[in-house]
Design a binder for this molecule. Structure first.
Ligand code: NAG
Ligand code: NAG
Length: 796
C-alpha cells in the first residue's frame, strides 16, 4: 500500500527535478524501503529511449560500501537495492542524501544523481538506563528543579523526542526545555513539599514521546529517594512521667525509663536525654539520667522526710543540627518506709516528789514524734505498770507523767522510770528513755524503839552518874526526819518525877542514874522514855524502862531480941528452972536484905563455960546442956555471931550475959518472965506480928505524908512556882553534904512536882569521863546553901 503512494510522490518529484535541473538528477525516497522499491526513471529523465538503453550501457557509480540503489539497465529505473537506514547513513544530520553518478558508457557522459533519504519515524526514544535514582532532600522548596536524564531518539525532525511525561503523582511535575539545537530535556519540578517521614521513596515513570506519526515513546523508572533532614524534634512517649520509689532505695536502683522517639533518620534520630537547665543541683545529685537509655536511677539517698515528691523536667535532644528538643515532666513520688525511730523528748518538771504527794502530780512532760508519716509515724508511749506513776495523754504526741499511787521513800527512794515509745511500723521501731524520780522523805515515820519496854536490872548502891542502860530507837526517815532525841517523860500519875532518879543523854540514849538506889527502900520504878525526831512536825514514840533494883548484901543482921545495948544483952535466968535442954533464951535477929542475904545463921563464938549452952544454928535458941550447979558462976557470958548468907556475908556479934537469980523478988519474976513469954511464940509468929505492926505504921505515915504533899502542890501551882534545878561543876566542901566518894558532888533539887523536870546536862571540866554528868545551874544566883537539898527526901 505504502509503496504505490511513495512511488507516486517520487514520480512527482522526479518530474519536477528533471524539468528544472537537467544535469543533476534528484530523487527522494523514504528510508527503510524494501528492496526493489522504485526510486526514479533515469532513462526518461535523461531523455533516452527504452530501446537505445541496452546499447548505451547505463552505469551507476557509487562510493558507498553498500550498493543501496541499483539501476535497471533494461528500463533505466532506479530501485532500492539495500535497506537504507537514514540514521545509520547520516546519523543526526537532518538532510540526508545518497550521492552517486550514472554514466552512459558510449558517450562518456556522467550524470550526478542525488537520492534524498527521507526520515521515517522508525526509532523510539530510548533512555540510557532503565532506572535512574534521584536523591532529593526533603527540605527542598517548592519549585525546585531537578534535571532528568534525557532520552535519545535517532530520528530527526519531528520524529525526535517531542514531549516528556511523568507518571501521575502529587509531588512532582515535568518542565520541558528546548536547547538551541532543538533537542529537548526535562526537569523534575517539586510541586508539593516533601516529607521523608511521610513518604521517603517515590517511584515515577518518565516517558519520552517523539513527534512522529505514529508516536513512539520510551520509558525509564525514576526512583526518588527523599533524603532525611532533621526536621522532626524528638517526641516523648508521655508528656509526664510518674513513678514512685521507696525512700532509702539502694543506690543505682532504676526508678523510671523515659523514651522519646525521633521520626527522623540516622543521626537526626539520635536522641540524648538530659535534665533541663533549671533542674536544681539537689535533684541532679539524687538522680542520674542516662543520656542514651533514658533510665533514671537513684544515685543518692532519697528521704521521704526531706522531700516526698520530686518533680523535674527532662529534655530529649537529637544530635544533628539544628538540635531539636522536646521536654517532659518527671514526677517521682517517694514512698515512706519506717526508717525513723520515734523521737522521745522528756522535760522533767520535778525530779523529786514528796512521798506524801497526792496522785496526779505532774513529774515530766513527754513528747513523742516520728518523722515517718502515716501509721509509721503513729507513736505509742508506755511506762511499766508496776510503779505508782502513769502517763496521761493531753495532746497528740504529748504525755504527762504523773504520780498515781502511794509513794514511800522508805520502801522505794528512787524510781528509774523507763519510758518507751514505738511506732506503727512492722517491725516497729522503738526508743526508751529513763526518768529518774526521787521520792523525798517526809517525816512520816515515828522513831521506833528496839523494844516497847526494857527491863533494867540495877544493883543497889550503884554509883550515881554512871550509865546504867542505853535505849535506842530507829527512824526510817532520812536526815533530819530521822534525827532522834531522847527524853524522859514524866508520868503525871507518879508523884515523884522519874527525872529525879535518872537522866538520859538526848543524843545517845544512854541512861544515867542520878542517885544511888537502895533496894531496901525502893525495889523498882519505871520511866517513860520518849524518842522524838527532828522532823516538822516531829513524831515521837515512847518506851517504858522498868528499873528493877537488885538486892545487895549491904545490911548486917540486927539483933532484935534480947534487947541489946552496945552489942551486949543481959538475960536473967531462974536457977530452979535449969535442967538440961532448958531454953534459956532465943536470939532473934533480922536482916533488911532479902533472900539469901537475909538468911541468918547463929554461931557460938565464945562462952565462959563452953559446955553449958548450945545455940540452935538456925533457930538461935540457947539451951542449957545440964542443970546448973552452985559451982557455976553467977554470970555467964556468951558471944554469939549472927551471920547472913550473902556474898560476902555480913555478921553481927552479940555478947549475952546470963545472970542466975538467987533471991527471987516480984520484980525479978517479971524480968525472968520476959524470956518465958517469948517462949510461947513460935519464931514465925513473932516475926509476923513485928512485920505487920511496922507495915501498918509505915502505911499510916505514908498517907499522912501524901496528904501534906498534896496540900503543898496545890499551893505551888497556884503561885506558879517554877522549880529551880541546878547543878554545880565546882564542889564546895563546906556544905556538909553527903557525897558519893571519889566523885564530884552531884546535887539535885527535886521539889516534888507533877511538872516535867528539865535538866541541862554538862560535863565536869575536871572529869575526862564523858559518862559523868553534872546538872548545870539554871539559877546561878541562888546560893548553894539556900537550896538545902541534898537528899531525895525533899525538905520543904
Ligand atoms: C536508769 O536505768 C537505765 C537503764 O535501765 C540506766 O542506764 C540508768 O543508769 C539508770 N539510772 C539510774 C539513776 O539508776
Ligand atoms: C561499949 O562497950 C565497949 C567494950 O565492950 C566499951 O569499950 C565502950 O565504952 C562501951 N560504950 C558505951 C557507950 O558504953
Amino acid at each position: 500500500m505504502a509503496t504505490p503512494l511513495i512511488s507516486q510522490v517520487s514520480i512527482i518529484f522526479s518530474l519536477c527535478i528533471s524539468d528544472l535541473v537537467s544535469e543533476k538528477l534528484r530523487y527522494s525516497i523514504p528510508e527503510e524501503m524494501e528492496r526493489g522499491t522504485f526510486v526514479g526513471n533515469v532513462a526518461e529523465d535523461l531523455g533516452l529511449k527504452v530501446w537505445e538503453l541496452s546499447s548505451r550501457k547505463l552505469l551507476l557509480i557509487s562510493d558507498y560500501p553498500k550498493q543501496f540503489i541499483e539501476i535497471n539497465v533494461e528500463n533505466g529505473f532506479l530501485f532500492v537495492n539495500e535497506r537504507i537506514d537514514r540514521e545509520q547513513l547520516c546519523s543526526k544530520t537532518a538532510a540526508c542524501s545518497l550521492f552517486f553518478q550514472i554514466t552512459l558508457a558510449d558517450a562518456l557522459e556522467v550524470y550526478p544523481v542525488e537520492v534524498e533519504i527521507l526520515d521515517v519515524n522508525d526509532n523510539s526514544p530510548v533512555f540510557s538506563k532503565k532506572e535512574f535514582n534521584l536523591q532529593i532532600s526533603e527540605l527542598n522548596a517548592l519549585g525546585a528543579r531537578f534535571l532528568l536524564e534525557s532520552a535519545r531518539d535517532l530520528d530527526v525532525g519531528t520524529n525526535t523526542i517531542n514531549i516528556y511525561q511523568i507518571s501521575p503523582n502529587e509531588h512532582f511535575g515535568i518542565k520541558m526545555q528546548t536547547r538551541r539545537g532543538g533537542s529537548k530535556n526535562a526537569e523534575l519540578v517539586l510541586k508539593r513539599s516533601l516529607d521523608r517521614e511521610q513518604q521517603s521513596i517515590f517511584t515515577l515513570v518518565l516517558t519520552a514521546i517523539d513527534g512522529g506519526i505514529p508516536q513512539r515513546s520510551g520509558t525509564a523508572r525514576i526512583n526518588i529517594n527523599v533524603i532525611d533532614a532533621n526536621d522532626n524534634a524528638p517526641v516523648f512517649d508521655h508528656e509526664t512521667y510518674r513513678a514512685s520509689a521507696l525512700e532509702n532505695i539502694a543506690n543505682g536502683s532504676l526508678v523510671l525509663r523515659v523514651h522519646a522517639t525521633d521520626i527522623d533518620e540516622g543521626t537526626n534520630a539520635e536522641v540524648t536525654y538530659s535534665f533541663t537547665h533549671h533542674v536544681n543541683q539537689n535533684i541532679r545529685d539524687l538522680f542520674k539520667l542516662d543520656p542514651v537509655t533514658g533510665e533514671i536511677r537513684v544515685q543518692g539517698v532519697i528521704d521521704f522526710e526531706e522531700t516526698n515528691v520530686y518533680e523535674f523536667d527532662i529534655l530529649a535532644v537529637n544530635s544533628a543540627p539544628p538540635e531539636l528538643s522536646a521536654h517532659a515532666t518527671v514526677t517521682i513520688d517517694v514512698i515512706d518506709t519506717n526508717d525513723n525511730c520515734p523521737n522521745l523528748q522528756v522535760t522533767v518538771l520535778s525530779s523529786a516528789v514528796q512521798e506524801d504527794a497526792a496522785s496526779g502530780v505532774s513529774i515530766a512532760l513527754i513528747s513523742v514524734t516520728d518523722r515517718d508519716s502515716g501509721e509509721y509515724g503513729e507513736v505509742q508511749c508506755q511506762i511499766p505498770d508496776s510503779i505508782p506513776f502513769k502517763i496521761e495523754k493531753y495532746l497528740k504526741g504529748s504525755y504527762k507523767l504523773i504520780t498515781n499511787g502511794f509513794l514511800d521513800h522508805e520502801i522505794t527512794p528512787l524510781y528509774n522510770i523507763s519510758v518507751s515509745a514505738w511506732d506503727g511500723g512492722f517491725p516497729p521501731l522503738s526508743i526508751s528513755k529513763s526518768i529518774v524520780v526521787s521520792v523525798t522523805d517526809v517525816n512520816d515515820n515515828a522513831p521506833i524503839f528496839t523494844q516497847s519496854s526494857y527491863n533494867v536490872y540495877l544493883m543497889e548502891n550503884n554509883t550515881p552518874g554512871a550509865s546504867i542502860f542505853a535505849v535506842s530507837a530507829n527512824d526510817a526517815d532520812l536526815n533530819q526526819n530521822a534525827e532522834i532525841s531522847y527524853s524522859i517523860l514524866d508520868d503525871q500519875k507518879h508523884e515523884i518525877p522519874s527525872s529525879v532518879y535518872i537522866t538520859i543523854n538526848s543524843k545517845t540514849g544512854n541512861i544515867y542514874a542520878l542517885r544511888s538506889f537502895d533496894y531496901e527502900q525502893q525495889k523498882h520504878f519505871h520511866v517513860a522514855i520518849q524518842a522524838q525526831d527532828a522532823g516538822s512536825p516531829p513524831l515521837s514514840s515512847t518506851a517504858l524502862v522498868n528499873v528493877i533494883i537488885l538486892d545487895q548484901n549491904d545490911n548486917a543482921p540486927i539483933i532484935v531480941s534480947p534487947l541489946t545495948w552496945n552489942t551486949s544483952a543481959t538475960v536473967e535466968i531462974l536457977p530452979k528452972a535449969t535442967y538440961p535442954g532448958y531454953l534459956v533464951t532465943k536470939v532473934l535477929a533480922s536482916d533488911e536484905d532479902s533472900g539469901q542475904n537475909a538468911r541468918l545463921s547463929y554461931q557460938l563464938l565464945e562462952a565462959t563455960d563452953p559446955g553449958l549452952f548450945t545455940v540452935g544454928h538456925l533457930s538461935g535458941e540457947i539451951r542449957t546442956t545440964r542443970a546448973f550447979s552452985d559451982q557455976d558462976i553467977s554470970t555467964e557470958r556468951l558471944v554469939l555471931r549472927v551471920k547472913d548468907n550473902g556474898q560476902p556475908s555480913l555478921s553481927t556479934t552479940v555478947a549475952i550475959y546470963f545472970t542466975v537469980i538467987t533471991n527471987v523478988t516480984e520484980k525479978s519474976f517479971e524480968q525472968i518472965d520476959k524470956p518465958r513469954r517469948l517462949e510461947y511464940f513460935s519464931d514465925v509468929n513473932s516475926y509476923l506480928i513485928i512485920i505487920l505492926g511496922s507495915i501498918s505504921f509505915l502505911f499510916l505515915m505514908l498517907i499522912v505524908c501524901l496528904l501534906i504533899l498534896k496540900c503543898r502542890q496545890d499551893r505551888n501551882i497556884a503561885e506558879d512556882y517554877s522549880p529551880t534545878v541546878c547543878c554545880y561543876g565546882q564542889g564546895n566542901s563546906d556544905d556538909g553534904l553527903n557525897r558519893p566518894t571519889g566523885r564530884h558532888p552531884l546535887s539535885y533539887s527535886g521539889a516534888v512536882q507533877t511538872e516535867t523536870y528539865h535538866y541541862s546536862v554538862c560535863l565536869s571540866p575536871e572529869s575526862s569521863k564523858s559518862d559523868f554528868l553534872f546538872l548545870k545551874p539554871c539559877h546561878p544566883t541562888l546560893p548553894f546553901n539556900e537550896m538545902g537539898v541534898h537528899d531525895n527526901n525533899a525538905t520543904n
